[in-house]
Design a protein around this ligand. Structure first.
Ligand code: MG
Ligand code: MG
Length: 267
């Protein structure tokens, strides 16, 4: 499938959806405490989406039974909200999607519950940085794998591994469009990036090795070795001026300002 280029008008609609998604993700993050019941987060998303008149993209997607994916500790992605209670010291990945005026936005973050350890915090911080390194590399004239390489070379020197089986993706009227965006690989390969491409970048970083296992629920994916994993994701548009984060949250404005700087080529 060719990469579908979006018009300025389409990107403006995707930006509207991205802003709504960021707001709901911030509301959810504020609800993360020791004792939070995970399925209550799903209820919040359901209610907020009705209020904001957007469609829960994940609900029913290949049969997924909830509005949000919540993945705790060694769970990497695709956790189904359950009656499980969050404990002090847990790390929790929240992955959220919505459809607004026919276009999808997709974003995720990982946060600590209560007080977390230094190692947990370092994993979260590194995963966030690796996402932003990937975003920084997403400019017209760069190659797709420059993004992958930027993500990998941010996380691996910290002793972590990047999940191989799950990757970033093009996004638009469908949640998953071409191209796939791996979180590893040599630079300078794949299609040239150009204005109008919209991508969801989403590194999944494990404290241990990169291998994964799927649970009997056919959704939840965990690290095979039981090590902790973190996940951050943004939907971004490539413009002539550089990358624009469509799902930017209010605490990330300073990070977004760094995108005005041209990417430092790391080869
Ligand atoms: Mg996602
Ligand atoms: Mg995604």
């Amino acid at each position: 499938m060719p990469i579908i280029i979006k018009s300025d008008e389409e990107i403006a609609i995707m930006h509207e959806g991205g802003r709504i998604l960021a707001e709901v993700l911030e509301l959810l993050t504020a609800e993360i405490h020791p004792g939070t019941i995970i399925s209550d987060l799903d209820t919040i998303v359901k209610e907020e989406y009705i209020r904001r008149d957007v469609v829960p993209t994940f609900l029913g997607y290949h049969g997924f039974p909830a509005h949000v994916c919540v993945s705790v500790n060694d769970e990497i992605v695709h956790g189904i909200p359950s009656g499980r209670e969050l404990q002090n010291g847990d790390i929790v990945g929240i992955d959220l999607g919505l459809t607004h005026k026919g276009f999808v936005a997709d974003s995720a973050l990982t946060v600590g519950v209560g007080t977390i350890g230094q190692e947990e915090q370092r994993l979260i911080d590194t995963t966030r940085r690796s996402l932003w390194a990937g975003i920084q590399a997403a400019r017209p004239g760069a190659r797709l794998s420059d993004i992958s390489h930027a993500i990998q070379t941010c996380a691996e020197p910290e002793g972590y591994s990047l999940v191989r089986e799950y990757v970033g993706h093009g996004i638009g009227r469908a949640m998953h469009e071409d191209p796939q965006v791996p979180n590893f690989g040599p630079p300078g390969r794949g299609p040239l990036l150009q204005k109008g491409m919209v991508l969801a970048l989403e590194p999944m970083v494990n404290m241990g090795d990169c291998h994964t296992k799927q649970h009997d629920d056919n959704w939840t994916v965990s690290t095979l070795d039981g090590s902790l994993s973190a996940h951050f994701e943004h939907t971004i548009a490539i413009t002539e001026e550089g990358p624009v984060v469509l799902t930017l949250r209010s605490d990330e404005r300073e990070l977004a300002a760094t995108l005005a700087e041209p990417a430092k080529v790391r080869r």
